[in-house]
Design a protein around this ligand. Sequence first.
Ligand code: ADP
Length: 620
Amino acid sequence: MSTHQFQAEVNQLLQLIIHSLYSHREIFLRELVSNASDAIDKLRYLSASDDAYKAIAFDPLIRITFDAASGTLSVEDNGIGMDESDLVENLGTIARSGTRRFLDAMAADKRRDSNLIGQFGVGFYASYMVADTVSVLTRKAGQDSAWLWVSDGKGAYSVEPASRDGHGTTVTLSMNDDGCEYLSRWRLEELIRKYSNHVAFPIHLAYEEEEYDDKGKKSGKKVKKDEQINSAQALWRRQKSELKDQDYVEFYKNIADSDDDPLLWSHTRAEGTVEYTTLFYVPAKAPFDLYYADYKPGVKLYVRRVFITDDDKELLPPYLRFVRGVIDSEDLPLNVSREILQQNRVMNAIRTASVKKILSELKDLAARDKDKYASFVDQFNRPLKEGLYSDYANREALLELIRFKSTAVDGWTSLADYKSRMKDGQKAIWFITGDSEERLRKSPLLEMYRKEGQEVLLCTDEIDELVMPMAGTYGELEFKAVNRAGAEKDISDKKDKETDKDLQPIVDKVKKALGDQVKDVRLSSRLSESPSCIVVDEHDPSIQMAQFMKALGRSADTEVRPILEINGDHPLVAGLASESDEGRIADLAFVLLDQALLVEGAAVKDPADFVARLNRLIAR
Ligand code: ADP
């Protein structure tokens, strides 16, 4: 017998599970059954695709046995099984690279959400919520030796040689006080139906029962019972007409390891050149790892009902990574590798059609149920925007689905609604980017548009800086940033040449004072209340974007200088006409520049200098 220590993360995880999930103890069974089902999936796949396993014939079966007298419960499967090194690797360490972050997410999550556990896939350890000791007796398919793993979950485990009839795994729990309630036929049946009804393999419940004679009296003998509890069908292969909403919801909870109902589902069977079935779900809430690079993909691939993979990020484009579900193809080879999948014609056809289908379902939802769609937008607007720059083929559909904040409405608006509110003669769709909606609503850059009653989209997602300049057109309408130089021509072509000439000396003074701090100083006809604003040249990135890039350490070629626009009607600016003191001109010029930067949420170059100049001006 050899004794091993758990990896530090396992200990930490065990602590978290035991202390934060005790109100969800019953999920231990779902997790064990799901592991059993995965193990059978793996063996079915090998026996269908790998010559070395072809000879292994077996009828998939998961059997749950309990014995109230001895206080034990086991979950047995005839799947792939584990050898000694598998045991050490799988049940003593956590392989996923996001472990640390998962632990942090759990610690930070006030709701202590049991969903996180399943999403992260650390289900086996949930057994320690209901058991004092867990033992795993297992034999790997194709091997003669079996192994017994035992641990009380307190830091160490042992592994020793053992014997077992046939391949597969039996996990046995010695229940603690909390676990005893599950040693009941009714309770177990209820849990199997609740969580595992749609597991594709039969789940049997085996137990002993008092025998009754014809007159209903106990005979004193016990009889053994062994009954199938679940429906054991691949739900997605059944006819839509046979299935109720509840069936779909249960199946979702099963494959997404979620306690919430899904927001939406779509079940499609395609026949023709490429044959396949898909069942997709949009969750009600974003998965916790939505913005992690090593997120867990949500779609499982099957080939003719044989499970192939649940870890392929290419099954759907990355921006749809929140979608959960199943793709089952009739035409792919069973031993399809990841590399082949990527360029496979059949897979490409399925992927393309699947994306179209999901987007069109979302479009229907938007038309059918505004509130529900708004809750979708709250969770998933941002990934859809990623699609705008990664999925050109579906750009138009995505533009219809994405929602924006805007100066004209309080909640979300669609582009179609924006368009319907447009004034006659409005030339483009205006947008402004920045990090706070509140600040954007007050930006001086909007004054001109407000005066003309033209609506501006308020884009506050970080990725808007990347996406919006690439959004191109909506129908025949262009998207245009309001912080471009020359944007006033968007509203009117007229310019008061006389005033321009009068004010030119002021512009010259400011320009001289600011030197190379700015690219240019111009008179603005877009401002009414504010004395100044900053804009950028047509092809320069915005100031916020430039500062963002700098923070990422990519500053060298993104040093953009702003263009300062000043409002000749404002007393601060007009007063410069009669000012000749160079120091005071410089103070005012710098304050005009720095305050314009501040309103846009950009950093001023020298805050101490700004404050000093401001104080001198006030003191005067
Ligand atoms: P997950 O199932 O999400 O990977 P678990 O902690 O539940 O996480 O299981 C860890 C690993 O242990 C599994 O990935 C699998 O390799 C192995 N394992 C667990 N249960 C079984 C089983 N019944 N048969 C074969 N392998 C199993």
